[in-house]
Design a protein around this ligand. Structure first.
Ligand code: ZN
Length: 428
């Protein structure tokens, strides 16, 4: 359903490197990206050029016969890119970098656990290790290509970093970002307690809501405005690292029977108003795939006329609490308690199969935020700003709780302080 990619490989490489650098997933000297052309040529980022200011003209083209075109030599890691394309004809683009959390796993020579979240497991697939060899050597190329030949799309390099392949650069980038984000989350969770993993049945579930088709209608101005706001908040959630390219959904109520939601499997940063999906109880816009969470969101709107926005998200600090038995407390500062309420945590439930049970727990006053084990946060609000603020406060509170641990035990606000807050701010 995705249309042709009209972006030139040079521009795609620059835009993706810019994104990786901007979101702190590489240093200026580390990392390289490539795209395989149908004629066997390879477009690759150059050697020794600042990754923070890469331009399209800096990209190097290496033809199938080994000749090349460009202002610079190709990345010194060109040999492993070439070997991977030889061994795995299905791979057409490669991302290599040294992001912090994956390097942490690489220098301990352990695998990041992705069985902690369905989406991380499904996006990243099989992960393999390649034994250490000198960067730029044919030996390293052979070892990495052998690891890819086992069917893995993500290959960890001992004492180095990670290499990830995809059918196109967008897919390789999304796997890379998802794996680094999962690794960041797992490291935080490991500091809180023992990691909980999901069952094979949950990990392999691809359940999605089943919808009929809505007849096309000309959108009213109210819907245009709402779609623009929904896009803005989704992009903002991405920039604040509350969502990533492959995870997080937001919906907003349009009227008594309809709401608009983010689509399934679309890069959250590249979302446009046209990509959003109008949904009712049992039907959605023709030719579109509503988020997996849309049935759950629909049930919440039905039962709670005052709720205008629902968010599902997996930000790293809050998700770390969902992967262990560690208690999440909102009794930290007045802002946290006022915005989040008690924030209960419930055992894993599938956002599709268990939508009714999850929806029944949500209410604006009693339970605006729910933590779901091995899934993430479910948040409701009257408006986009209110729900987004809850998501931000949730993640900030989770971060403060984690940062406080080396300093000493948490001193929670006492019941009397909470009662005073509830009274002063009309929460009764
Ligand atoms: Zn490297």
């Amino acid at each position: 359903m995705d249309s042709t990619n009209w972006q030139h490989p040079r521009d795609e490489l620059v835009a993706t490197m810019d994104r990786i650098y901007r979101y702190h997933m590489t240093t200026t000297s580390g990392g390289n990206l490539s795209i395989l052309d149908p004629d066997g040529g390879i477009w690759i980022t150059p050697s020794r050029v600042d990754k923070g200011s890469l331009r399209a003209a800096d990209v190097v083209r290496v033809f199938a016969d080994g000749s090349r075109e460009g202002l610079h030599p190709p990345s010194s890691e060109f040999p492993f890119h070439r070997e991977i394309y030889k061994r795995r004809p299905d791979i057409k683009a490669i991302v290599h970098a040294h992001p912090g959390a994956l390097v942490a796993f690489s220098i301990c020579r352990t695998l990041p656990e992705t069985r902690v979240q369905t989406h991380a497991f499904q996006v990243c697939g099989k992960i393999a290790y390649a034994a250490y060899a000198c960067p730029g050597s044919q030996e390293l190329g052979d070892k990495i290509a052998e690891a890819f030949a086992t069917g893995a799309d993500c290959v960890m390099l001992e004492n180095h970093g990670v290499v990830i392949g995809g059918r196109d650069l967008a897919e390789a980038f999304q796997r890379f970002e998802t794996l680094e984000f999962a690794a960041q989350t797992v490291i935080r969770a490991s500091a809180l307690g023992t990691l909980k993993t999901l069952s094979a049945a949950a990990l392999h579930s691809h359940a999605v809501p089943d919808y009929a088709t809505l007849p096309p209608v000309a959108p009213l101005n109210h819907e245009k405005e709402l779609r623009a706001q929904l896009c803005d908040f989704t992009h903002r959630a991405y920039r604040q690292r509350l969502m990533i390219s492959t995870a997080g959904s937001i919906s907003a109520r349009l009227d008594a029977a309809h709401f608009v939601t983010t689509p399934r499997r679309r890069d959250r940063l590249e979302l446009t108003v046209e990509n959003l999906v109008r949904v009712t109880r049992d039907a959605c816009e023709e030719g579109k795939r509503a988020s997996r969470t849309s049935r759950l969101h629909g049930l919440i709107y039905e039962a709670n006329p005052e709720i205008g926005v629902v968010i599902n998200a997996q930000p790293m600090c809050a998700s770390a609490f969902c992967m262990t038995d560690a208690e999440f407390s909102s009794r930290t500062i007045p802002e946290s308690y006022l915005v989040l309420g008690d924030t209960p945590k419930v055992p894993f439930a599938c956002v599709v199969a268990d939508a009714e049970a999850l929806a029944a727990k949500m209410s604006l006053k009693k339970c605006p935020v729910l933590l779901i084990e091995n899934e993430g946060a479910l948040i409701v609000g009257r408006t986009l700003l209110e729900a987004f603020d809850r998501l931000e406060v949730l993640e900030a509170t989770a971060e403060a709780l984690q940062l406080s641990r080396p300093l000493g035990p948490l001193v929670p606000m006492p019941d009397s302080a909470l009662a005073e807050l509830r009274k002063a701010f009309g929460m009764e």
